[in-house]
Design a protein around this ligand. Structure first.
Ligand code: SAH
Length: 469
C-alpha cells in the first residue's frame, strides 16, 4: 500500500490552493463543504472560484508562486497550477517545511492524495487507488453510493449518542460488540433508514432498558419487510427492496412475484410460497398474516414479497394491521405497480395533455357474477381506466361501459405479463375486445387500459423503455 488512509480533523486543517482553474474549483468545493478553511493564490482566477473562496471567508491573492513564505500558517498545500515545474517546486518547498502537499495529477510528487468520498457524515467512506485511476475510484463510488443508505449518517449519530450508556450497561467488550451488531443490523437501523427516527430511538431505549434489567444482549427481535416486487422485470425493484432481500432470513412470496426477482434472493434464504394459484397449496390471507407474525416472533427477518406495489390491490394493509396489533416491527417498501410497468413498457402514457387528465386504477374482479363499479363516472372523457384482475369480468366491463354511454370505438390495450420477456400487447376497442380475447387465449397476469391514450401506442412503443431484446 503506497497511501495509507488517515482522516484529518477538518477544524485543524488550513489549506492554501495554488492555482485558479477547474481543478482548484473542485478541490475548493469539497474542502469547503467539509469545513476546511481555504485560501487561494493564482495568477489567473476564474470568477466562480473567486466567489467560492470569498463566500466561505477565504483570502484570495493574485500573483505567481515565488517563495515558500506564502506557506506560513497552512497545514495543507495544493499545487494546482497548469505549470508542471511550478507544481514540482511548490511540492518540494512544502515537503521541506513538513507540510501536507498534494499535486494535481501527480500522486507521487506530493505526499497526500485525495480519494473519492461517500459522505454520510459523521460516517465517511473514501476510496483511493494510489492515483492510478481517479475515474475508477469514481465509478466504484457510484456503485457503493447505491448500497449505503443515505441515512447511515443519522444512524451513526443516533448510536453515537448512546455509546457511553451502553458501555456502562455492558462493560464486557465482546458482549457490547454483539449488542451493537444486533442494533445496527436490526430493527433500529431499519427504522432510521425508513425515516422513522422517533421509533428508532424508542426501540434503542427499549433495548437499553432490557440491558439495565439484566437481560444481556438484545433479544434478536424479528421484523417484517413488506416489499413491492414490481410487475415482473427484476430491474424495476427498488434499491431498498434489493438491500432488504439480502438481509432476510425468510421470504414469503406469491404467484405474481417473478422468477427474475426470486433469483435475486440469496441462496441461503428460506423461501415460502404462499400464492393463491398453483394447485391446492394456497394459504388463506389470515394464515399469511399469522405466518408473518410467527416467523418474526422467532426473531427472523421476514421479507414479504408482493407483486407490484403492496398497497395497490395487494392486501398489504391487512398484513401490516396484524403486525401492528402484535407489535411486530415492520416497514413497507413501495414497488412499481402493474399499471405503471405496463404503461412504460408498452408506450402508452397513463395521462397526456391532449387525451387524459386523470387516471383510475380499478379492480375488475367479479363478485357474484357481476362487477360493481360507478359506471357513470367511468365513461367521462379525459381519463384513463386501468382494470386490474379484470380478465374474467372483461366482457361484462366492456358491455357496461358501452351501455352507460362510452364510445364503443374507445381504444383498449390488453397487456399480458407486462414488463416480462413474454409481454404481449393487444390493441383493440371496447366493442371488439371481448371477441378478441376468446381467440387470443390470454394468460394471467393481464390488465387492460381503456382510453384515448391507447392510440399513442403505435407511435411511442418503439421509443419507450420496453425490455432489451
Ligand atoms: N399489487 C399489484 C396488483 C395485484 S392484483 C400491483 O400493484 O401491481 C393482481 C392483478 O395485477 C392481476 O390480475 C393483473 O391484472 C395485474 N398485474 C400484475 N402484474 C401484472 C403484469 N406483469 N402484467 C399485467 N398485469 C399485471
Amino acid at each position: 500500500m503506497t497511501f495509507f488512509p488517515l482522516f484529518h480533523n477538518t477544524q485543524q486543517l488550513s489549506a492554501l490552493l495554488i492555482g485558479g482553474g477547474n481543478m482548484a474549483k473542485r478541490r475548493a468545493k469539497s474542502l469547503i463543504d467539509a469545513g476546511v478553511a481555504c485560501d487561494l493564490m493564482a495568477t489567473k482566477i476564474a470568477e466562480d472560484v473567486l466567489q467560492l473562496i470569498e463566500s466561505a471567508g477565504g483570502k484570495v491573492t493574485v500573483g505567481a508562486y515565488v517563495s515558500d513564505d506564502v506557506m506560513q500558517g497552512y497545514s495543507l498545500i495544493l499545487a494546482l497550477t497548469d505549470d508542471r515545474t511550478a507544481n514540482h517546486t511548490i511540492a518540494n518547498d512544502a515537503k521541506a517545511l513538513g507540510l501536507l502537499v498534494n499535486v494535481s495529477d501527480k500522486p507521487n510528487e506530493g505526499n497526500v492524495i485525495f480519494g473519492a468520498i461517500i459522505d454520510r457524515s459523521p460516517l465517511t467512506i473514501t476510496i483511493n487507488n494510489g492515483g492510478a485511476s481517479p475515474v475508477l475510484s469514481s465509478i466504484l463510488r457510484q456503485q457503493l453510493e447505491q448500497f449505503v443508505p443515505k441515512a447511515y449518517g443519522q444512524l451513526a449519530r443516533l448510536v453515537g449518542a448512546y455509546r457511553p450508556q451502553v458501555k456502562q450497561a455492558l462493560p464486557n467488550t465482546s458482549e457490547r460488540s454483539i449488542f451493537w451488531h444486533q442494533v445496527l443490523q436490526g430493527a433500529v437501523a431499519e427504522a432510521v433508514f425508513s425515516g422513522k427516527h422517533t421509533e428508532a430511538e424508542s426501540l434503542l431505549k427499549k433495548h437499553l432498558k432490557e440491558l439495565d434489567n439484566g437481560l444481556g444482549a438484545v433479544k434478536s427481535s424479528g421484523e417484517v419487510f413488506l416489499i413491492g416486487a414490481g410487475p415482473g422485470d427484476p430491474d424495476l425493484l427498488t434499491l431498498r427492496a434489493f438491500r432488504l432481500l439480502q438481509k432476510a432470513d425468510v421470504v414469503l412470496y406469491d404467484a405474481l412475484v417473478s422468477e427474475g426477482v426470486m433469483a435475486l434472493v440469496p441462496e441461503q434464504v428460506e423461501r415460502v410460497y404462499v400464492g393463491k394459484r398453483r394447485a391446492n397449496h394456497s394459504v388463506p390471507q389470515a394464515g399469511i398474516n399469522q405466518l408473518l407474525v410467527d416467523y418474526a416472533k422467532q426473531g427472523k427477518r421476514v421479507a414479504r414479497l408482493k407483486g407490484g406495489d403492496p398497497f395497490i390491490f395487494g392486501r398489504g394493509g391487512e398484513e401490516i394491521e396484524t403486525l401492528a396489533e402484535q407489535h411486530v416491527p415492520f416497514q413497507v417498501v413501495p414497488g412499481i405497480t402493474a399499471a405503471n410497468g405496463c404503461s412504460a413498457y408498452s408506450g402508452i402514457p397513463l395521462t397526456h395533455r391532449d387525451y387524459a387528465q386523470s387516471v383510475r386504477f380499478l379492480t375488475g374482479q367479479l363478485r357474484d357474477g357481476s362487477v360493481d363499479l360507478p359506471w357513470p363516472e367511468l365513461i367521462v372523457e379525459g381519463q384513463t381506466l386501468v382494470f386490474y384482475m379484470g380478465l374474467k369480468g372483461l366482457p361484462l366491463i366492456c358491455e357496461a361501459l358501452i351501455t352507460h354511454g362510452m364510445d364503443k370505438n374507445m381504444p383498449v390495450a390488453l397487456i399480458e405479463k407486462g414488463t416480462t420477456q413474454d409481454q404481449r400487447v393487444m390493441i383493440s376497442n371496447l366493442n371488439d375486445l371481448p371477441a378478441m380475447i376468446k381467440t387470443e387465449s390470454v394468460l394471467s397476469p393481464s390488465l387492460f387500459l381503456v382510453g384515448r391514450v391507447v392510440s399513442l401506442h403505435d407511435k411511442l412503443s418503439w421509443f419507450t423503455s420496453s425490455r432489451d431484446a
